[in-house]
Design a protein around this ligand. Sequence first.
Ligand code: SF4
Ligand code: FES
Length: 204
Amino acid sequence: MSEILLQIDGTEVKAAEGMTILKAAQSAGIYIPTLCHHEKLEPYGACRICVVEVDARGRKGLVAACLYPVESDLVVRTRSEKVDKTRKILLEQLLAHAPDAPALKDLAQQYGADKDRFAKESSFCILCGLCVRYCAEVKKKNAVGFVDRGASREINFVPEIASEECWNCKECFPLCPTSYLQAAYHLTEALAFPRAALKPASGK
Ligand code: SF4
Ligand code: FES
């Protein structure tokens, strides 16, 4: 696999072909914030908080570092006025959903984001998909999934699967940046598991 030389925040970084900017930065000890990224999962590009500024042979723009592949002579800036402003607005939008999420509060402090800028739509889930993707890609169980689209999109445990698989797993719980996941699980457990338990055994 050929080696690629790029520049991140003025530092020359060596990366392998096919790496993302995020991976190259992490390998060089350069921090880029993330909310929907997990090293065991396929890149997803939902939160956009990993936005960085790139100059690729004169083509300039903002890209998601967790998706964008490295290329020779790429110049990357992980902090700039544009990057910081974009992260600030993204955080303000996310804070409207989950104003008390510790991961968001820490970032909000760094970027001067105002949690009251946008009207509250407290869904408490920021749709990062970590729980859904971890259960599907790592555990191969699909006990939690997305339902609906647009503004009504939300995560939902599938009672028939969750009642059998989740009680002994819960590996997705610490991944959730807002703690909504735990609440959703306990609600499903309280409302649906007794009914699921009455159903015929799945043959496991
Ligand atoms: S419940 Fe948590 S982990 Fe799952 S999509 Fe929502 S914020 Fe992300
Ligand atoms: S970490 Fe890159 S889009 Fe979420």
